[in-house]
Design a protein. Sequence first.
Length: 410
Amino acid sequence: MKQNTTSAALTRLSEAYIRLVLLVGGHDGDYVDAYYGPDSLKEEKLPLETIRKRAAGAIAELKMLSPTRMDGMVRLRHMYLLRQLQSLVARVDLLGGKTMTFDEESQSLYDATAPTHTEEHFKEILAELGSALPGKGSVPERFEAYRTGFVVPPDKLDRVFTAAVEESRKRTAARITLPEGENFTVEYVTGKSWSGYNWFKGNLHSLIQVNTDLPITVDRAVDLASHEGYPGHHVYNSLLETHLVRGRKWMEFTVYPLFSPQSLIAEGTANFGIDMAFPGEERVEFEREVLFPLAGFPGSGAAEYYRIHGLFLKLAYAGNEAARKYLDGECTRENAVEYLMSYALMSRDRALQRTMFFDKYRSYVINYNLGQDMVKRYIESAGGVPRKPDLRWKIFEELISSPRLPSGLL
């Protein structure tokens, strides 16, 4: 009887959660990233204060339920709803004018805080990268010159990206049973602050958009194919729909609030999914034999390219530092652009585009690098190390098929 009562309460609070997320979306056009539930849960626009009071009431009810009386998956569901609603309240507060530091905001919205790195940390990586780059001049100049030689010609981009998608799907399907009927379409767009985006539409379908505003280097094909598609966002959303929405009737997973802890799990698993699908030398081999020739580059350059690319990836947290300084008011936009050019090795155009991302999505940037590192540590601490690929994929699949929170990865 107690379990039935708890289940009924969670079902009712799940509906309340959906309504609240959609209501916040009425004030913030970016908040609802996906919704494929019934229109009957959509309400007229309500004041932020009213939304906050409703959310606080739902949080209080959730806290009255005893997690110790729940089985494992139900306990995960309970904690998920609670933390997602707490994040929603934080977003409402921000929309209402409350100010937070970068770290306060990320903790409140995403259930995590990114580490801080000094300029000296990045300078050490730059020195290592500099010794590997050809030519003379500063490291940013030489890196940009090197990368320019691997920009995919626009007339070959679709062919290269399609080949990367097909391979990432094949590799993922060999490890995860993909739901029957899952699929996505691809569009090439311009005028965006991001490089790629997955819009999940429900019914196991996604729309993946690739931004062609700036030159796309060959490594981005596999990155985008795996991150946005297989085994990244598309698979994550499809498995949640299959196992939780259809399998358990947990309708809260028909809605995805972008500024919430769910995003760290989504972005972290999507980024880690790149290495899951194309580990180490397997990626180099595929690029050498397939993508480099399709893009018009000699395959013999793949190994060297990815040796340099691996060093470049160590600078991932430089973007966080630029965002933290910029959003905390410690530097101007131009200062942030210069920081990104110096330590993230971005061209001026790409750095400026990134500050536009900071303006729109703010502390969301932590979800990519911190999220990836947290997912990696979680999987490997559970035994899913590279030399045990079967276990590695098993843990990964469980992670993207269940209600998870960043704090649950610790």
